[in-house]
Design a binder for this molecule. Structure first.
Ligand SMILES: Cc1ncc(C[n+]2csc(CCOP(=O)(O)OP(=O)(O)O)c2C)c(N)n1
Length: 368
């Protein structure tokens, strides 16, 4: 393992002074370390944006690197192939290796991408190297020397990072947290609409929902970050008689913010979109999102939602949900939530297969 500080310092010594990315727990250390120094890390909403930020830096003669989870390669592949490779912009990307080498030891949403990551990069012709958990700083330096040859040849190499290859660092809290505990917020929402279909976003939210309010009408969307509201829209349009509640995260909403416009445009009367806004990617270690400077309620109203409110207490949240149930949507409710404390409950897929989650959701939706 190399320390987070060594990782950042070795790259900085080579002129890579800035970075962008979307967190994976594998990069919690470097992101925390860089985030203590203004201007060194740009928190991107999705992996494609992170790569494009680095591309802009490269175009301007700077050296920037990108850090992401391999599940985010799907978001990155378009700007990789059509921007970075087409214009031959030399960019160094670090991608984690979730679901690899043995997908059975990771969550089900990594089972396809884990074993495919190396082949995916091979298929688009991207050079790649692997940083293993036992590798030292000497090995890291050797690997960067190899990647440098690719960069000199105007290529965009990848370093694939195994779990435990880079150390952790303490996350700096920007401001004292305030709001409602997320498990309380979830219980308030689900108790207020017991008949609704509930779509839970990826990460800790799905785990909390499974722990405090499991029911067949819940769909635990592990992975596919940022798509819970689009999935909810599909269900809401197909079942206008059913209230559909999406429990989303701030990082997830930001990842595909355009979904707000689609939902506003389609205008499903039966959709309630709840954003649990803790201003962080808590599930990957608490890295800050950019939600402190974005108003989800203002964005939703501007995108055509029928109503949008901000809540910061249990009572205001309960009132907002009851009001939304009584009027035509789509509605957005943004609730400020606190960092979780104590043990995080197990994932739904520890108890149910993804297929079982699908089947019971469908049966509930069809009333059988
Ligand atoms: C495309 C993609 N990129 C990155 C990840 C890794 N990831 C899983 S959960 C998560 C954080 C989600 O943040 P937020 O929606 O704010 O919810 P919170 O974790 O704070 O509950 C991230 C970055 C992922 N699953 N998919």
């Amino acid at each position: 393992m190399i320390s987070a500080q060594d990782f950042c310092d070795i790259l900085a010594d080579r002129g890579f002074t800035t970075a962008s990315g979307v967190p994976c727990s594998h990069f919690g250390g470097p992101i925390a370390h860089l985030s203590t120094q203004p201007g060194r890390y740009v928190p991107a909403p999705n992996e494609g944006s992170a790569l494009a930020v680095a591309a802009g830096a490269a175009l301007s003669g700077q050296r920037a690197y990108v850090m992401l989870q391999n599940s985010g390669l799907g978001n990155l592949i378009n700007p990789l192939t059509s921007l970075v490779m087409t214009y031959q912009l030399p960019i160094l990307t670090f991608a984690s290796l979730r679901g690899w080498p043995d997908p059975a030891t990771d969550e089900p949403q990594h089972a396809v991408m884990g074993p495919s990551t190396h082949r995916l990069l091979d298929s688009v012709g991207s050079p790649h190297y692997t940083l293993h958990a036992e590798d030292t700083t000497d090995r890291f330096t050797e690997l960067l020397d190899s990647a440098q040859k690719d960069l000199d040849a105007q290529q965009a190499p990848f370093v694939l990072v195994e779990r435990g290859a880079i150390g952790k660092a303490a996350v700096h809290e920007a401001a004292p947290p305030w709001g409602v505990a997320s498990s309380t917020a979830i219980r308030v929402v689900t108790d207020s609409c017991p008949e609704a279909s509930v779509i839970a976003t990826t990460g800790y939210t799905g785990r909390d929902v499974f722990a405090v309010a499991d029911r067949p009408g819940n769909f635990y969307m592990q992975g596919s970050m940022g798509h819970a509201s689009s999935l909810g829209l599909g269900v809401a349009l197909a079942h206008p008689e059913r209230t559909v509640v999406v429990l989303d995260g701030d990082g997830a909403v930001l990842m595909h913010l355009g979904a707000l416009s689609m939902i506003g445009h389609e205008g499903p009367a039966n959709l309630i979109h709840v954003v649990l806004d803790n201003q962080s990617h808590e599930s990957t270690g608490g890295q800050a999102t950019t939600s402190a400077t974005t108003s989800f309620s203002a964005a939703a109203l501007a995108a055509g939602y029928r109503s949008a409110v901000d809540c910061d207490s249990e009572d205001s949240l309960r009132n907002a949900v009851l009001k939304a149930m009584a009027a035509s949507g789509p509605h957005l409710i943004s609730v400020r939530t606190l960092p979780r404390t104590g043990a995080i409950p197990p994932r739904a897929t520890n108890a149910l297969t993804p297929q079982a989650i699908r089947d019971r959701f469908q049966q509930d939706l069809n009333g059988s």
